[in-house]
Design a binder for this molecule. Structure first.
Ligand code: HAM
Length: 421
């Protein structure tokens, strides 16, 4: 019987070897840079108790309300594939006393996240984030430093993007603002879309984030949170901006920026890029003092961001992406079984010395092996035939210069070493 062909679940995909170079470039650049800024990697489980997100992200958010992959595990516990990692990092900090004694911890992570969102360009149901979180400090200079690091990463990858910032207030000033917003909305809901009408009741802040065209002029007229901040939040926001200016980081204050997770207080920000379409946010983040207490922990201040790797790889310029594609140092071409065995010896030695060496098993004509070497972008091709076996000297073709020189294995090694430096 013919079997039905199985394919990936909608919203998920395979990242194939052909495209992995860009992913590696992003991951390695981020790891290298973040470590320079004093961040350490943390790996938390992909599967977490559902309540972690229900409490941490907020029951009224889209993520918790309709996008989580939640199920009962075989022991009957409700578990969820993480839709984000900030709640997990804070849980880990509480569980392992990471900020004991007032320590400031700078942590970063990378990995898959899961949200059952409507499919769209740049939006996946399994997507990848690289994130960084600073725990244990409420200083606004931490915020500008973390943003500086994020922008430095984008600059290294050749990506141009814009920083937009806002303050969403805190437990002291936000409730009164939200109430004001609700009253304003309820005065006349008729021009708003269905989602906004619902949110006017459940989570009025989310109305500010609505993307529906016809809502835009009406949203513009709503009261702005920046006009309703308490003195402490206003001062924090002003100091944050002064640190951004000190670091010569261009930014724009967007009073409508509210973000889709409930844990934010004070500073919120996004990095947006042209060329991404409607899903234009490359990264987002902010401050989440108070999240630890919501999760049952002690007060721990927090600030961080996550960037969408799937979106990032879409906007890496062609020439930067190409530069990152690795090329083999040597392709060993051979004719006959004895030459193949010598080829294995040579490949083993080259690899042992740290060089990337390709030796195919099929062999084939010299012409077809040269074609393969070209396709792989090999820098050098070593040719082994009967004559070379006895002489222990091999024609080595430098592919970029199209010159060929006879060399012993030791001579080849010293050339490869000097090419490397
Ligand atoms: P977020 O804004 O929900 O924040 O996600 C951060 C980034 O992840 C987005 O800007 C976007 O690039 C990417 N992203 C989100 N959803 C998708 C999707 N369905 N497909 C592709 N990419 C997506 C957070 O997750 C917070 N945990 C960030 C944070 C860290 N705040 C403080 N610390």
């Amino acid at each position: 019987m013919e079997q039905k062909l199985l394919a990936t679940i909608p919203g998920t995909r395979d990242i194939l070897p052909e495209e992995i170079a860009r992913w590696h470039l992003v991951e390695r650049t981020a790891q290298d840079l973040f470590e320079r800024y004093g961040f350490e990697e943390i790996r938390t489980p992909i599967l977490e108790p559902t309540e972690l997100f229900a409490r941490g992200i907020g029951a009224d958010t889209d993520i918790v309300g309709k996008e989580m992959y939640t199920f009962d595990d075989p022991s009957g516990r409700s578990v969820t594939l993480r839709p984000e990692a900030t709640a997990s990092v804070v849980r880990a900090a509480i569980e392992h006393y990471l900020t004991r004694g007032g320590a400031i911890r700078k942590l970063y992570y990378l990995g898959p996240m899961f949200r059952h969102e409507k499919k769209q360009k740049g939006r996946w149901r399994q997507f990848y984030q690289i994130g960084a979180e600073v725990l244990g400090s409420d200083h606004p200079a931490i915020e500008s430093e973390v943003i500086e690091m994020l922008l430095a990463l984008l600059a290294r990858l050749g990506i141009e993007a814009r920083l937009v910032v806002n303050s969403v207030g805190d437990a002291r000033c936000r409730p009164a603002y939200v109430e004001r917003l609700r009253q304003e909305l309820l005065r006349d809901l008729s021009p708003f879309c269905e989602d906004c009408r619902r949110r006017a009741q459940t989570n009025p802040l989310r109305v500010l984030d609505c993307k529906v065209e016809s809502c835009q002029p009406h949203i513009e007229r709503l009261p702005k949170i920046s006009d309703h901040l308490c003195a402490e939040c206003a001062d924090h926001f002003a100091r944050f901006q002064s640190y951004l200016r000190d670091a010569a980081i261009p930014y724009e204050v967007v009073p409508r920026l509210v973000r889709g997770l409930d844990y934010y207080v004070r500073t919120a920000f996004e990095i947006v890029s042209g060329g991404l379409g409607a899903q234009n946010a490359l990264a987002g983040g902010g401050r989440y003092d108070g999240l630890s207490e919501v999760l049952g922990g002690p007060p721990i201040s927090g600030f961080g961001f996550a960037l969408g790797v799937d979106r990032l790889v879409m906007v890496i310029p062609e020439e930067v992406g190409r530069r990152s594609e690795p090329k083999p140092d040597v392709f060993v071409a051979y004719l006959g079984e004895a030459a193949f065995r010598r080829g294995q010896e040579i490949a083993r030695r080259l690899r042992h010395e740290g060089f990337w060496c390709i030796l195919t098993f099929g062999g084939g004509s010299l012409k077809s092996q040269m074609r393969q070497a070209n396709k792989l972008g090999a820098r050098n091709v070593v040719i082994i035939g009967d004559d070379e076996l006895a002489r222990e000297r091999y024609p080595v073709k430098r592919m970029d210069a199209a010159v060929q020189t006879d060399m012993s294995l030791e001579e080849l090694l010293s050339q490869l070493r000097s090419d490397r430096t």
